[in-house]
Structure formats: structure tokens, C-alpha cells
Design a binder for this molecule. Structure first.
Ligand SMILES: Cc1cc2nc3c(=O)[nH]c(=O)nc-3n(C[C@H](O)[C@H](O)[C@H](O)COP(=O)(O)OP(=O)(O)OC[C@H]3O[C@@H](n4cnc5c(N)ncnc54)[C@H](O)[C@@H]3O)c2cc1C
Length: 406
């Protein structure tokens, strides 16, 4: 959809004290940068503000797959991802040294900093990016105002908060993070290589934990520029001494936690830093306010093991920027009756709920030791192994039965 001519005037010079825009987006992570690209492409005057010129080399999402690829394709960005990411199509799934099944389908490995840079570069108009920190936000049913650390001000019809896990601006508006699960999961990110830099014998490999007591969900190995990347996801007390062992002697601790892994990896070493995150599951309360809308992690955080953070933020961007914002800007005002349409959007609600459900499911499937989940865990891996074997003998048969039963 193309915006009305009245909304397509260029943004006033960024040197000006007051910058006017239709939409001001705070936070140029993945959510904010993609939101700017979609809205700018539709002709709206957008200003994107971030305090960091270069996205930091932080461990966040490093693998794009499945539904995420579908939405990126619909939004017209998949070629841009493809240009900077390492593609792979086949994942060996193993547990306790044995093959469970083989995942087939396109995925991409990419560092978060490169992904965000790609998303920032989708909008060639550099004047719509302000390198600054938003220190205050004031919203109303009509005009929204941002105060920046440099002293500049941004005035807009709508503010999109895409500030990730930084809660200060929302807090200043009276929004609060409701804790759903404190220290829900622990993630490690690092790179591995063979001593002679020889390639590994697989495109990508996922090794699931064996014992519930270890709290290891899975280790995911996949190609990324710079080598074979490893993401380890655990549900375990972050103060447990195993965390220190994993940081200090990653290789040995991994092999101890995952018997049979060495058969697939051969001789390998950890190269570069081992990055580590402890994740809380939170959702923002008090978010329904005039003139401002929250997307991505700013609204709800995710379990990295469930891998739903990017699906959620892509649904947010697609629904908000291709449907709701264009409608809202057609008429005067930005009251809560408009904002509520986004928070009650069926696709958004479904993506948010699925993210929380999967977070709990992965935790129980990995580490819940009661009888029901112990049985469920056994059945889960058994079902996958049987399906894989049947599929090898009669290719496509399982898929056809599944579709017939749906
Ligand atoms: C270890 C880890 C692994 C993960 N793995 C996966 C995975 O495999 N799959 C998956 O789908 N998801 C995964 N996720 C989740 C995913 O990375 C996040 O959902 C996603 O990065 C959130 O993007 P965002 O744009 O909402 O926030 P961010 O990328 O955090 O962006 C927020 C931006 O706001 C800026 N900002 C904040 N406050 C201000 C201010 N006052 N003024 C100016 N700028 C400001 C910051 O500088 C930052 O650039 C993982 C997360 C972690 C932590």
C-alpha cells in the first residue's frame, strides 16, 4: 500500500532541533529496522532512532528457518537475507550417539549483528536514521514527542517502541514487565573448528541432551561466516557450577554432557569467545496507551531454545506495518481504540501464545522428571526415530498419512 501524498514529504533535516515524521521507531534491532523498511517502502515518513551506530556483537538469534523464512519472503526481504547468510538444507538430529532423524529444509546461519546490519541497510535513505538515545517519551491521542540525548526532539503521529529488553522508556510511561519465569533458560554461543580447519562431515547437526538431570535441551551446530557455530540451550539453575565449567572448559564439559557427540564431531576445538545468556520470560503490562505500540522483545521476551523470538517479531512487523499503521494514519488521532487493534490481532496473539507454550513445553520435555514427562520424553524421541525409519523405507508415506489425518 502506498501512503497518501500528504504523508510522503521528506523528513526535515536531521540537524533540525525538531524532526517531524509520521512514525518514530525507537530501537534499530531486527524488529525496529524491519519495521522502518516496510513503512518507508510504503511511502511513510519514518524516523528510526538507536543509540548504537553498529549493532554489538552480542549472542542472539543466529539461525533463521521455517516460518521465519516464509514471512521474510512475504515481506520481500528473503533475497537480502540470502545475500549475507550461510544457507544449509540438512540437519542430522542425534541423541546419545545415535541418529534420531534428518531434518530437511532451507535454513540460514548468520550472526545477529550481520542480520541487523542487513535490516538497517534495507532502507537506503540514511536521513531516516538518527544515532541518538531516546531519553523521554510523551504520548497522547494526537501527537507523540521523543526527547533525545543530543537535545533534539522528534514529533510524530505514532511511536513504535522496539527497544528489546531495555525497559526504561516503557517504565517511564507506566508500563511494567510482568515476570512469567525468572531465569527460565541458559544459552551458550561459540564457534568450533577442526584443528586442521577440515570441514565437518555434516551440513548441520543437532544433539539432544540425554539425562533430564543435566537440563540440556540441545546443542545446535550450523554453518555461519567464521566457521561452524554452536548454540547450546539448557534449562538449569544458572548458578550451578556446570555453567562455569561450560565457560572455562567448553569442549570437555560438552563431551561429558553429550555422550556420543565426539563420534560425529571427530577432533575439534572451541575457537574465540564463549558467549552466555540467562533469559527471563516476561510480558509487558500497561502497554495499551494512546500513540505508542510495542513490538518484538519490547513487548514479550522468548525462550531461545524454542526459537520463536524472530517469528514473533516478524508477525508483529508484518501485521503492524502492512495492515494496522496504514489504516490508523488514514484518519486523525491515535487513541487506544486504534492501538488495541494491534494487540488483539489474531495472528499476533497466536504467535505470542505459541511462543510461551513452546517455552514451557521445551523446558518440561528437557528437564521435568515426573512420570508423565519422563514417558513423554521417551515417546517423543521414539516417535521421531520410527517416523524416520518408515520414511526411509517408504519416502513421503508419513507425510501423506499426516496430511490425510489433518
Ligand atoms: C541467546 C539468545 C539466543 C536466541 N536465539 C534465538 C533463535 O534461535 N531463534 C529466534 O527466533 N530467536 C532467538 N532469540 C531471540 C531474538 O534474538 C530476539 O527476539 C530478537 O533479537 C529481538 O529483537 P528486537 O529488535 O526486539 O530487540 P533488540 O535486537 O534487542 O533491539 C533493541 C534496540 O533498541 C535500542 N535501544 C534500546 N533503548 C533505546 C533508547 N532509549 N534509545 C535508542 N535506542 C535504544 C538498542 O540499542 C537495540 O539496538 C535469541 C535470544 C537470545 C538472547
Amino acid at each position: 500500500m502506498i501512503a497518501e501524498e500528504s504523508t510522503t514529504r521528506p523528513i526535515a533535516s536531521c540537524e533540525a532541533e525538531v524532526i517531524e515524521a509520521d512514525v518514530a521507531i525507537v530501537g534499530a534491532g531486527l524488529a525496529g529496522s524491519l519495521a522502518r523498511a516496510v513503512l518507508a517502502r510504503a511511502g511513510y515518513r519514518v524516523v528510526l532512532i538507536d543509540k548504537r551506530a553498529i549493532p554489538p556483537d552480542e549472542f542472539r538469534v543466529e539461525k533463521i528457518a521455517g516460518r521465519q523464512i516464509d514471512i521474510l519472503r512475504r515481506l520481500g526481504f528473503i533475497d537480502d537475507v540470502e545475500a549475507v547468510a550461510a544457507p544449509f538444507d540438512r540437519v542430522l538430529n542425534i541423541r546419545d550417539g545415535r541418529l534420531i532423524d534428518i531434518g530437511v529444509g532451507r535454513s540460514y546461519g548468520i550472526s545477529y549483528a550481520n542480520l541487523v546490519n542487513m535490516a538497517r541497510d534495507l532502507t537506503p535513505d540514511t536521513s531516516s536514521f538518527l544515532l541518538d538515545q531516546v531519553t523521554n517519551v510523551s504520548c497522547s491521542e494526537d501527537r507523540q514527542q521523543l526527547t533525545l540525548a543530543s537535545g533534539r526532539r522528534v514529533v510524530s503521529r505514532l511511536v513504535i517502541l522496539a527497544t528489546g529488553m531495555a525497559a526504561a522508556l516503557g517504565y517511564s510511561l507506566g508500563m511494567r514487565r510482568q515476570m512469567l519465569a525468572a531465569r527460565h533458560s541458559v544459552s551458550f554461543g561459540f564457534t568450533i573448528a577442526r584443528p586442521d580447519n577440515a570441514p565437518f562431515d555434516f551440513d548441520a547437526l543437532t544433539c539432544y541432551g540425554k539425562r533430564a538431570a543435566d537440563g540440556v535441551d540441545y546443542l545446535s551446530l550450523f554453518p555461519m561466516s567464521g566457521g561452524m557455530r554452536a548454540n547450546l540451550f539448557m534449562f538449569r539453575d544458572p548458578t550451578d557450577p556446570i555453567m562455569r565449567e561450560l565457560r572455562r572448559d567448553t569442549r570437555r564439559t560438552l563431551l561429558r554432557l553429550m555422550p556420543g557427540l565426539e563420534t560425529y564431531l571427530g577432533d575439534f576445538q572451541v575457537v574465540g569467545p564463549v558467549q552466555n545468556w540467562v533469559m527471563d520470560l516476561t510480558v509487558t503490562e500497561g502497554h495499551l496507551q494512546p500513540g505508542v505500540v510495542l513490538i518484538g522483545d519490547a513487548y514479550q521476551t522468548n525462550c531461545p531454545a524454542a526459537g520463536t523470538g524472530v517469528s514473533r517479531l516478524l508477525v508483529d512487523v508484518e501485521r503492524l506495518c502492512t495492515l494496522h499503521v496504514p489504516r490508523w494514519l488514514e484518519t486523525d488521532g491515535m487513541g487506544t481504540e486504534k492501538i488495541a487493534q494491534f494487540y488483539s490481532d489474531r495472528d499476533k496473539l497466536a504467535a505470542d501464545q505459541l511462543s510461551l507454550q513452546l517455552a514451557r513445553y521445551r523446558q518440561d520435555l528437557t528437564s521435568n522428571t515426573d512420570a508423565r514427562w519422563t514417558m513423554q520424553r521417551k515417546l517423543h524421541f521414539l516417535r521421531r526415530a520410527i517416523t524416520h525409519r518408515v520414511d526411509r523405507i517408504h519416502p513421503g508415506w508419513v507425510m501423506r498419512v499426516r496430511s490425510a489425518l489433518r
